[in-house]
Design a protein around this ligand. Structure first.
Ligand code: ATP
Length: 265
């Protein structure tokens, strides 16, 4: 287990217990290194998003899931914890593939989380909003219309605003679920550039389908297949010299055998 892990899982299992009961994650033991960008890759339906969401207890909002095992954030348990779940989530930000603006101004989108967690004066909030809009390279585009509805921004701008909103509560870890998949190529490039800057200061864990994005952004890669971690390691090594046959097939673009998950007995 890596000493510099920001977040790690221990014997993590996830079951969907609804009509089509299945085990989506099986005995996941994985460490995500601090201040690195880790991409989670694998064929469609193999459990990438399920793994990402299990890291900040996003499955809690669905009744038909069961989690076994544990996630440790900086050594503290995420599941067997006495802290309220919103406290835990404030330490692990999540940005989804669907760019979403809260129905309020650009300014208030960024100030929303910090206002819940801390009491801040106007000058402090102004500073905070500018800081996080700058961090996501959006400040210059919106500084003259901070109090306009955020919904008036382009989809690509809204995705960078979503990043700013997540970062404004000062998480240690940022989870990104295919955050460029809904964007045009130029907007996607801007988000990628932002992530490259952010990874200096944050632990970023990102699900992506795009191998060229993995090559551009990843320091570390986790390859998931059929709900299991097949292989994880330093990006260049894993991509160029995979240790497992399944990884080699996937990174070289071969079709993978059926990824339908096995039903639980
Ligand atoms: N809420 C749910 N209830 C039941 N099954 C689910 C639920 N969410 C996901 N699954 C199933 O769990 C498996 C893993 O899904 P998941 O979305 O984690 O895969 P993925 O690798 O992220 O896929 P993709 O790349 O297509 O987004 C799939 O078989 C999926 O159908």
């Amino acid at each position: 287990m890596s000493d510099n892990a920001a977040i790690r899982t221990e014997n993590l299992n996830l079951f969907y217990t609804g009509g089509h009961a299945s085990q989506a994650l099986k005995d996941i033991n994985i460490a995500f290194p601090a201040n690195r960008l880790t991409t989670i890759i694998g064929p469609s339906g193999c459990g990438k998003s399920s793994l990402l969401k299990s890291l900040n207890r996003l499955h809690d909002i669905h009744q038909n899931t069961r989690i076994e095992g544990e996630v440790y954030l900086g050594g503290e348990p995420v599941y067997q914890s006495r802290r309220p779940v919103p406290d835990i989530r404030s330490r692990i930000g999540y940005v989804s593939q669907k760019p979403t603006a809260l129905p309020m101004s650009i300014y208030r989108n960024v100030a929303y989380g910090p206002r819940i967690h801390r009491s801040l004066g106007k000058a402090e909030l102004d500073d905070l909003v500018e800081t996080y809009l700058r961090k996501v390279n959006l400040w210059n585009e919106v500084k003259d219309r901070l109090h306009s509805p955020a919904a008036q921004l382009s989809v690509g701008q809204i995705q960078r605003l979503s990043l700013a909103r997540s970062l404004a509560v000062e998480p240690e870890v940022l989870l990104c679920d295919e955050v460029t998949s809904a964007l045009d190529p130029i907007s996607a490039q801007k988000v990628e550039e932002t992530l490259l800057q952010l990874k200096e200061d944050y632990t970023i864990i990102m699900v992506t389908h795009l191998m060229h994005q993995v090559e551009r952004l990843a320091d570390h890669v986790v390859f998931v297949y059929l709900g299991e971690v097949v292989e994880a390691g330093e990006a260049r090594t894993l991509l160029n010299h995979p240790g497992k046959e399944a990884t080699r097939r996937f990174v070289s673009g071969h079709a993978m055998p059926d990824v339908a998950l096995r039903a639980t007995a």
